[in-house]
Design a protein around this ligand. Structure first.
Ligand SMILES: Cc1ncc(C[n+]2csc(CCOP(=O)(O)OP(=O)(O)O)c2C)c(N)n1
Ligand code: SF4
Length: 342
């Protein structure tokens, strides 16, 4: 007689592998890995139905450390491989792990097409504003003036904003988190709950080549003043609720307002389905404005693989598959000349 095995919910430990972790001690990647291993049981994930797909970079070593299926692919091409995985089996839970170089330099076009097609997957971009694996060259997100082996006199490029890129590419879910922040698992959960391509930028400290670059908003003394965690249906407040964001109607832009005696009447209320608010939040210059974090935009639309599956079903309805006929259809020809003998 067959015996039934009870399936017990997984624990974070079930998602750990026996692989030696090769990141530098103190790298922000460790904290993201932990947050992911904590999140998987909470979303009811099962290792056999989960796939991590990465490109190339320090961040892209991630699949080795998750006890799931995984592909460490080629530079910038994780979205292409993830698309193939999802089309082959739309039931799989697919997570793409990438870096700012991988996703926005060599892989910029692939990232764009993944987002505009709206493949149902999660894409986590570990943004450390540098190429870590290749020893610290500047990346598309490096700030102007960044001194690196490839910009010894300081970068003169205008940096890309990953979340603005994602929105501009047609992304329907855009969020931000911080490697060591306690809210990261809830951002990952929201990304997973979204049906479609969910893009998450995670500020990740590269302790070796770009240490403390996010300190102006991640360091303890700066966090309260400069982090603004947004929540759907709640006013956009920061600095312990003493400041908020309002719309400057004349300039059609955001402005910072003081909140006096808890009066939030002029403060914008966050609506995750409002694309205009999302654009304003991701474009806010840090300094005069806080860093907007959490789910900035979440407005689902039909997914790529559901459209492909529906189309395949419609065109094959009532037809019997015939591979021989397919191969012999269209432009076919006979080669009757014999190859030259050697
Ligand atoms: C086709 C190709 N070009 C260049 C490289 C060299 N290369 C490897 S990783 C990388 C950049 C990685 O930076 P990022 O995506 O920011 O990841 P991090 O290492 O910082 O996590 C580059 C340029 C490569 N491996 N393959
Ligand atoms: S080089 Fe930077 S990003 Fe890469 S493992 Fe080391 S600390 Fe992390």
């Amino acid at each position: 007689m067959n015996e039934l095995t009870t399936i017990r919910p997984s624990t974070p430990k079930d998602w750990e592998t026996d692989q030696e972790v090769r990141w530098c001690p103190g790298c922000g990647d460790y904290a993201i890995l932990k947050a992911m291993q904590r999140t998987m049981p909470e979303i009811g994930g099962t290792p056999e139905n989960t796939v991590f797909v990465s490109g190339i970079g320090c961040s892209s070593r991630f699949p080795y450390y998750m006890e799931t299926y995984g592909f460490h692919t080629i530079h910038g091409r994780a979205p292409a491989v993830a698309t193939g995985v999802k089309l082959a089996n739309p039931e799989l839970d697919v997570w793409i792990i990438t870096g700012d170089g991988d996703a926005l330099s060599i892989g910029g076009n692939h990232t764009m097409h993944l987002l505009r097609r709206n493949l149902n997957c999660q894409m986590l971009l570990f943004n450390n504003e540098i190429y870590g694996l290749t020893k610290g060259q500047y990346s598309p997100t490096s700030r102007e003036g960044t001194r690196s082996p490839s910009t010894p006199f300081g970068s003169v490029d205008h940096p890309a904003k990953p979340c603005a890129f994602a929105l501009g590419s047609g992304g329907r879910f855009v969020a931000r988190g911080i490697d060591i922040h306690k809210n990261l698992p809830s951002v990952l959960k929201a990304a997973h709950a979204h049906q479609g391509a969910a893009f998450v930028e995670i500020f990740q400290n590269c302790i070796v080549y770009n240490d403390e670059v996010f300190e102006p908003f991640t360091a303890k003394p700066n966090a309260v003043a400069n982090q603004m965690w947004v929540e759907h249906g709640k006013p956009l407040l920061f600095a312990g609720g003493t400041k908020g964001l309002a719309l400057d109607i004349e300039r059609l832009a955001l402005k910072v307002v003081d909140v006096v005696d808890g009066d939030v009447s002029g403060v914008l209320v966050h609506d995750v389905t409002n694309r205009t608010i999302a654009h304003l939040l991701v474009e806010m210059p840090f300094g005069p404005f806080p860093m907007a974090l959490g789910v900035l935009y979440d407005d689902p639309a039909p997914t790529f693989e559901s459209a492909v599956v529906a189309q395949n079903k419609a065109v094959s309805e009532g037809k019997t598959p015939d591979l021989q006929k397919l191969v012999a259809t269209g432009q076919t020809w006979m080669v009757d000349k014999q190859p030259h003998s050697m």
